[in-house]
Unconditional design. Structure first.
Length: 143
């Protein structure tokens, strides 16, 4: 099968595309409260166990729509990307959480320093190594 047809067949799940578009709209509507406020408080029940290929598929679908969003001129920020992926994963039955990290940035000429931050998603108990020290996780372990 030619690569283009294989790719079209891979991205043929119309219901997942619609779910992601609805989730993008919901996150955008919560912008003034913080994107994380659009995350479901609990993980939605899922039919069967989530396998790694399902997780990869959800990440790829989200990446597709995030790249389309960027090409339309919207800013590409880690906070929005992470909130979208976390919402899609949680609604698909995967225990995903937003992680926030911050560190002191390079010395700026005007005030001497500035603070930089980063947001990323982890599933279950996994933690990724980043250059940003971990600060907080949302939703926290207790929820």
């Amino acid at each position: 099968m030619p690569p283009l047809l294989r790719k079209l067949r891979y991205y043929a799940d119309v219901s997942l595309h619609l779910r992601i578009l609805v989730d993008m709209a919901a996150i955008s509507l919560h912008r003034h409260k913080g994107y994380h406020s659009a995350l479901p408080a609990s993980v939605f029940p899922h039919r069967g166990a989530a396998n790694p290929s399902h997780l990869t598929r959800l990440r790829r679908y989200c990446s597709l729509w995030l790249s389309i969003r960027t090409r339309l001129g919207f800013p590409d920020r880690c906070y929005f990307r992470s909130a979208l992926l976390c919402r899609v994963l949680r609604r698909s039955g995967i225990d995903a959480r937003l992680n926030f990290g911050t560190m002191k940035g390079e010395v700026a000429e005007d005030d001497g320093w500035h603070l930089t931050g980063h947001c990323w998603v982890s599933c279950g108990t996994e933690m990724f190594e980043t250059e940003y020290p971990f600060v907080i996780q949302y939703p926290s372990e207790g929820t």
